[in-house]
Design a protein around this ligand. Structure first.
Ligand code: SF4
Length: 299
């Protein structure tokens, strides 16, 4: 199959939702253009903003860091070492993050959960009834926000792609969780009470497109799944969405974009948060959920 844009080279991908077959060069050009467009469309950040990218050693955050650096943004990385020893997961993912930091010549901040709190995710997951990914997600969000704030970054960028966002959207929609629906967006504005601005520049790209970009750009990244990902609800929902997409190309993007048009229906004026009695971070309760997870004996 030939590329539909240049009509010369052999196609490396067929984007069924757009009936578009693209060669390597046309695919990476289009990827860059779409990323620029998304950043501009949602006014994510400007050339003078200091951006902190949550880097996991995986493909999404690696592609994001690589491209933002290439575009000239001041983007530094933050790696949170979760202390996952199984398959040397944390050790190996940190090595990939460090390797990318060196090749991009951009600083990588490393926060070691075990050194700083005495516990890694394998210890914490037994502390609550929550599933590993739920515990991990809360802990990561807590420290990413805290570090971005303390270090004076203008925004925190994550590598969430269209598959991540539609899986989260489907999960919240199935239970009509208005609180989550109201907060799902490509940009979450800074809140004076202590939340930094959060942005997701890869929201328009499918996991497959991001993986292909990483492969064609020869970016180093860890391909293995986290050992705790097995059986995660998100993977199940992604699989269902992929089956729907196969039968009806374009559904994922339409699901997400049409949701953004009606998102205001789910937004509620949130009461000003309290300060957590332990760490001082914003929370709707007396003690934030990260502190409760870290100290399960607290009431
Ligand atoms: Fe954390 Fe779950 Fe991701 Fe593993 S798969 S890093 S436990 S959120």
């Amino acid at each position: 199959m030939r590329c539909k844009i240049c009509r010369k080279e052999k196609a490396v991908i067929n984007i069924k939702s757009y009936l578009l077959s693209l060669c390597k060069d046309c695919f990476v050009d289009r990827f860059r253009r779409q990323l620029r467009h998304t950043i501009k469309q949602y006014r994510m950040f400007g050339p003078n903003d200091r951006i902190l990218i949550a880097v996991s050693g995986g493909k999404d955050s690696s592609v994001l860091w690589y491209l933002l650096t290439e575009m000239g943004y001041q983007a530094d990385g933050l790696y949170i070492d979760l202390g996952i020893e199984k398959n040397q997961y944390s050790l190996r993912s940190k090595e990939y993050a460090q390797q990318l930091s060196q090749s991009l010549k951009r600083p990588l901040l490393v926060y070691d959960l075990r050194t700083n709190t005495g516990k890694g995710i394998p210890d914490l997951k037994g502390h609550s009834n929550r599933k590993s990914c739920s515990v991990c997600g809360k802990i990561k969000r807590h420290f990413m926000n805290k570090i971005a704030r303390e270090k004076g970054y203008d925004c925190l960028a994550t590598g969430h792609n269209l598959d991540d966002e539609t899986a989260a959207l489907l999960q919240s929609t199935l239970r009509w969780q208005q609180h989550y629906l109201g907060r799902q967006a490509p940009v979450l504005e800074e809140r004076e009470e202590g939340f930094v601005r959060k942005v997701k520049p890869l929201v328009r790209f499918t996991e497959k497109e991001v993986a292909l970009f990483a492969f064609l750009s020869q970016l180093p990244y860890l391909e293995d799944e986290c050992p705790y990902a097995k059986g995660a609800t998100t993977l199940f929902l992604k699989d269902i969405l992929n089956q729907i997409e196969e039968r009806s190309p374009g559904t994922k993007l339409a699901f997400y974009q049409e949701f953004l048009k009606i998102k205001a229906l789910f937004q509620r004026e949130l009461p000003p948060p309290n300060q957590c009695m332990i760490c001082g971070m914003p929370t709707t309760a007396q003690i934030c959920s990260a502190c409760k997870i870290l100290s399960p004996s607290l009431p």
